[in-house]
Design a protein around this ligand. Structure first.
Ligand code: 5GP
Ligand code: MN
Length: 312
């Protein structure tokens, strides 16, 4: 249970929290909720995000407080399926003797000294909610907002199959705080910048539907990314376009990166985390990702073959 994590926190004063790279609502909401909770305990805590994610759109709704930690005596990875998800912050993690890994990805291999992985949690935010309760840290409006962002993000505002009775129960408690949840949901799911819509237009131009409509993909090239100066945050929802086709069982979003392709997968049932894991990535049964060091054309062929083997 949470005893080991609670003890590690109690025995530390300077704590660094690391969300995964290509930061999303769950990893950021969870990390900042935990940070604000730790501050309430009198700890010094800081969330260190990947440099590239510092302009993630979520920062305009995430609640934070000004702090800084130079030498941590505890490092906590949040929502990171594997250590590679720490990207350039791996050194921070590896240089600390005391490490904790709090996550909900079934493919997590337990890379820290203390690991808490619950694949039944719709979001890491659910685990952080339980941890704060376990540690008797009072949730306030700011923590509630961060947790709501986390849980609503990863549960698709309580619509994906990972959503449980417990997800709703926690959300029910969170909306009892002073948070503008209609605004938060609109921000996460409905609102786009003009640039995001133009990027979606570029992606949809590449739409490819195969296997009697059961597999679909879109591709975003380096050229498009450069043209629009697009960030990961701005490209975050692109996979939802091929996923939205009514016949599609597995949707792919191929993003051309330096030396290869970052693949995002979404599924209506077949376990795509096995495909992602086979190629060095990971994730959830219905939402996973990996990076292939090869041209898009080749990666697409390989991914389609893997998908063919598991569709119904
Ligand atoms: P997305 O497609 O939105 O980037 O990621 C879908 C899910 O798979 C997320 O939960 C994300 O954390 C996980 N994921 C994406 N890419 C990777 C990867 O390269 N490695 C691992 N372990 N998980 C990934
Ligand atoms: Mn998550």
């Amino acid at each position: 249970m949470f005893t080991d994590i609670a003890n590690a926190i109690k025995n530390s004063n300077n704590i660094i929290i690391l969300p995964h790279k290509s930061a999303d609502g769950d990893c950021l909401g969870s990390s900042y909720a935990l940070k604000l909770g730790l501050l309430k305990l009198g700890k010094n805590a800081q969330v260190v995000v990947e440099k590239k994610d510092k302009d993630a759109k979520f920062f305009s709704i995430i609640k934070d407080a000004e702090t800084s930690v130079s030498t941590p005596d505890l490092v906590i990875a949040v929502d990171c399926g594997d250590i590679d998800r720490l990207d350039t912050r791996r050194d921070i993690f590896n240089s600390c003797e005391n490490t904790v890994n709090i996550d909900h990805h079934g493919t997590n291999d337990g890379f820290a000294k203390i690991n808490y992985i619950d694949a039944n949690a719709s979001a890491t935010g659910e685990i952080i909610f339980d941890l704060l309760e376990f540690m008797q840290i009072d949730i306030d409006d700011d923590i509630a907002q961060n947790l709501y962002i986390a849980i609503s993000s990863d549960s698709g505002r309580f619509s994906y199959s990972n959503t449980t009775k417990k997800t709703h129960e926690i959300a029910g408690k969170l909306i009892g705080y002073n948070i503008d949840f209609p605004y938060l949901n609109a921000f996460i799911f409905d609102k786009n910048s003009k640039k995001e819509l133009l990027l979606a237009k570029e992606a949809i131009k590449t739409l490819d539907v195969v296997a009697d409509g059961k597999i679909a993909s879109v591709t975003v090239t380096k050229k498009v990314i450069k043209k629009y100066k697009a960030t990961d945050s701005e490209l975050g929802g692109i996979v939802n376009y091929p996923r939205s086709i009514d016949t599609v069982q597995i949707a792919f979003y191929f993003k051309e990166v330096h030396g290869g392709v970052k693949v995002s997968m979404r599924s209506t049932g077949p376990d795509v985390s096995k495909i992602a894991k086979k190629y060095g990535g990971g994730g959830h049964e219905r939402a996973s990702g990996c990076t292939l060091n090869m041209p898009v054309k080749k990666a697409k062929k390989i991914m389609y073959n893997e998908a063919m083997a598991v569709i119904c």
